[in-house]
Ligand binder design. Sequence first.
Ligand code: CP
Ligand code: NVA
Length: 303
Amino acid sequence: MTKDFLQIPDFTTAELLKLFDLAERMRTRQYTHTPLAGKTLAMIFMKSSTRTRVSFEVGTYQLGGHALFLSPRDVQLGRGEPIADTARVLSRYVDGIMIRTFAHQDIEELAKYASVPVINGLTDLVHPCQILADLLTVKQHLGGWEGKKVAWIGDGNNMANSWINAAYRLGFDLDIACPEGYEPADHLLERAQKVAKVRVVRDPAEAVEGAHVVNTDVWASMGQEEEQKIREKAFAKYTVNAPLMKRAKGDAIFLHCLPAHRGEEVTADVIDGPQSRVWDEAENRLHVQKAVMAALMGGESLA
Ligand code: CP
Ligand code: NVA
């Protein structure tokens, strides 16, 4: 099994299925072990967070461990101490490191020099913990993703890239509707397209047609705030609204990783409406991340 969880494909398909079983046992409170007793998770946040911070901290506690919140304002990493040195030092104290940062190379560097597991809490490239939560939500409400179609509307960002990685491992159909110039990462797309039906289209209506899951995200991600105005123009036709949702399957669910901007990427009637599962989706962060920590830090087998 992988030492780190930097991207969805770090787990094999079989391991992912076991991980979802474990997360589901946690969600339904059948799992009450404390595999992190006496263990500590360091959480480095180079960007803001509500869900990731709280769910990792609470999840570690529920598994019997302790979580440390480290912000760049407080740790030497924020003053330029090399990532490699930070990795080597933290590995002498803690049993796992969760990091949210900018460049994906930074987390790869951290994982290379850390002797303890490193978990990706979001990079500019991917947000794998969120996709695990999204998939658990799909399983919870639609029974599974086999034979399902997922529509991604909007920016080809870290969330879109993670959906592509999930399609690569799990094989569901994925249509991504994004404007020109905002496509997901080529290398991830090409790899997934070898094994799954993954398409990039321009028209949101085409992507949503017959979809079981409709998913979107903010138009300007963290670090892109100064592009907000340009992006509002580029994405003007990419709002998930009620007429768009009507083109999806009648029992389709709406997902959004949050935080959401009502009136931009999604209208209030959709995100607050009957097809929305965003609160379960947010809750599921807790369960999937506990499963990841139990496996990588707590000796739970995914075999
Ligand atoms: N979805 C998500 O990762 O939320 P936060 O930015 O609040 O952690
Ligand atoms: N794409 C968003 C996700 C936030 C959870 C961002 O990177 O800011």
